[in-house]
Write a protein that binds this ligand. Structure first.
Ligand SMILES: *[C@@H]1O[C@H](CO)[C@@H](O)[C@H](O)[C@H]1NC(C)=O
Ligand SMILES: *[C@@H]1O[C@H](CO)[C@@H](O)[C@H](O)[C@H]1NC(C)=O
Ligand SMILES: *[C@@H]1O[C@H](CO)[C@@H](O)[C@H](O)[C@H]1NC(C)=O
Length: 250
């Protein structure tokens, strides 16, 4: 068992090569035997493709990222050809880098990026919600590897879904705590959403929820129209009356 692990470990520590039919990709950091390169956001991955050229003219190389051509300058097309992913971004998750011979796409080698990242939870947010309105708190828990647990607390103790009439959903990317009808005594306070990453430890985000009085919503437009009509009538009445009064004085 131990003996079998040694080559794999060496491969991970040294610049490892992924090879198939004459084209070889070496990477820094090295890839595992399965061709996965372990990396994180903001890091740099460099890949070098070499070809055991049988004849000089057919040794031009092509790089693909998820099947799309990577543009290379002329010098870089002759082996060894080097591409650099710097910095690694979220979009590079599971990106497949393939190098093949210009003249024969079946002479190729591939590696896959395994980008790990923590859930992007931090800071705090102030949420103002009216009494009897709907409250929705969202937590972005997207991470690789996936978070192992998400815990919501209110004023420091775990949220009691039933007592607080909350509903909680989690689609693997977002954890959503919501309630249909906010009640100050039940829902005002400081919430926290904490996600546990097996690799990066726990991350959390705070929400300070203020519940305001329910505002009475008057039907504003009909009221304005009504006021305008009343005013106009008064003005007209005074105006017509004024004419009569003025006439008297003549
Ligand atoms: C491409 O390379 C493969 C593997 O070396 C070989 O079997 C095949 O004949 C080559 N195809 C062409 C069109 O050269
Ligand atoms: C990717 O990296 C994570 C964290 O190290 C690991 O658990 C997972 O097995 C890796 N996935 C692959 C396909 O190598
Ligand atoms: C949470 O704490 C605040 C401040 O002490 C308090 O006003 C609020 O009523 C508490 N919320 C709940 C639901 O107990």
């Amino acid at each position: 068992m131990k003996l079998m692990l040694i080559p794999a470990l060496l491969c991970g520590l040294l610049h490892c090569a992924t090879q198939a039919s004459g084209v070889t990709i070496e990477s820094v950091p090295g890839s595992g035997l399965d061709g996965f390169i372990q990396t994180e956001l903001e890091e740099t991955v460099s890949l070098t493709c070499t070809h055991e050229a049988t004849s000089e003219d057919d040794s031009e190389l092509v790089w693909l990222r998820n099947g799309a051509l990577v543009s290379l300058n002329e010098v870089n097309k002759k082996g060894p050809s080097r591409v650099c992913i710097s910095p690694v971004i979220l979009d590079d998750r599971e990106a497949i880098f393939t190098c093949h011979l210009q003249g024969n796409a079946s002479v190729s080698a591939s590696v896959v990026l395994n980008v790990t990242y923590p859930p992007s939870l931090n800071g705090s947010e102030v949420v103002t919600v009216e009494e009897e309105a709907t409250m929705v708190l969202l937590c972005d828990i997207d991470a690789h590897p996936q978070v192992s647990a998400v815990v919501w607390t209110l004023n420091g103790t775990e949220v009691d879904l039933k007592a607080g009439r909350f509903s909680l959903t989690n689609d693997g990317l977002t954890s959503k705590l919501s309630t249909d009808k906010v009640q100050r005594s039940l829902h005002e306070g400081t919430y926290s959403c904490m996600a546990e990453s097996p690799m990066y430890g726990s991350r959390d985000k705070e929400f300070t929820v203020d519940v305001t009085d329910k505002t009475l919503k008057f039907p504003l437009y009909p009221m304005i129209a009504g006021i305008v009509v009343v005013c106009l009538t008064t003005i007209l009445a005074v105006a017509s009356r004024w004419r009569k009064i003025v006439k008297c004085f003549k």
